[in-house]
Design a protein around this ligand. Sequence first.
Ligand SMILES: *[C@@H]1O[C@H](CO)[C@@H](O)[C@H](O)[C@H]1NC(C)=O
Length: 447
Amino acid sequence: MDAVPSTPGKFKTERAYYQRLLLQRWIHNHRLFVSVLIGFAFLAVVLLLSPHPSSSLTSSRRHLSTYGHAPWGGPAWEKHVRASASPRVRPSSSRRSISVLVTGAGGFVGSHASLALKRRGDGVLGLDNFNDYYDTSLKRARQALLERAGVFVVEGDINDPDLLRKLFDVVPFTHVLHLAAQAGVRYALRDPASYVRSNVAGLVAVLEAARSATPQPAIVWASSSSVYGLNSKVPFSESDRTDRPASLYAATKKAGEEIAHAYNHIYGLSITGLRFFTVYGPWGRPDMAYFFFTKDILRGKPISVYEGPDHTTVARDFTYIDDIVRGCLAALDTAQKSTGTGGKKRGPAQLRTYNLGNTTPVPVGDLVAILERLLKVKAIRKVMKMPRNGDVQFTHANISLAQRELGYRPTTDLHTGLKKFVRWYLDYYSRSSSLGKKISGIGGLSS
Ligand SMILES: *[C@@H]1O[C@H](CO)[C@@H](O)[C@H](O)[C@H]1NC(C)=O
């Protein structure tokens, strides 16, 4: 305190000088902190001045949206949404109808599950971003089937919180069947970010919307058998370790299971994760082996048949789509209500995980043999060592838990299921090539 002024007149200027000095010294001593502070302030200004990222994304998406119902929102759109999501009135029924938001409704499992729900009288609203990971015309053809059955598919992204909030504002969904995801194992080598966006951020966005909704819906969502990763103990049981994923896809699904645990714990959301085992059937995904094997065999192109080390077989527990759909519906029907309200947990809620498989692993060679017989064309096989970029050698589900608690009982063997797939494939692609139109005259999804 050696700078205390001696006269009152001088006092003010001296004090100001002194304060400036102190400030300068403080800044000097805390220059790291100050520069961080300035950095944050600068960042805040930049963020405030730039257009809102999600709204700019939304508006560009709206401009790009050319199919069907242009931008979402408005009274006509809301009416359409409500009509689709309302259960059919059935005076005499033991089962209480539910109202389900199905994400990924333009996808393979999503379209089948939506139709099955609608068929039995439940309210269903679809949501899909119709991304071009695979042929979008196949997704559009599924959508056309859904629309004919009275299922409206909103075109939008699960990562659009405004849209999700709006949907929950318009409809008091009792359940969400969350199937939207970035699928495929090897594609992660090309676009890893898409897996994080859909399977991690997208899941969180859906759970965020669900936990703030009133009422909170119960969630059933698609995990994957790939979470068993490098496990060699078979069959795979739900209690087995899942901490050694062999692909980014598997890692994001495993992350999803942990995220589900957190949302169940914090907000009282009732959540059921289903670990699907190699789902196949009519209207399936073109990136899956049974699908592109069929395509290549018919075109006389060689197919790569993988084998494990020392010529061991690669096998999959192929599960037919109708069996999977029955498992999804059973999971929805047995789901207890979420316990939270107003975004707050009011009590412990249900948290479940089930394998949905077929319990009979089939070597990939046998799959090819069945396809050859059904297509009446000999395949040109190129036997190759399976690359270590995500696929596991063997999957085999222990389904006794789903059997006991969901009444899940798969009934379709691979030959029967592939026969239905091949019949659909030939019909669909002969129509699409001869008529240029893929939706006319094709019956239900599970025909
Ligand atoms: C299958 O899973 C159940 C638990 O649901 C377990 O009790 C049983 O031991 C498992 N079976 C095999 C063969 O691993």
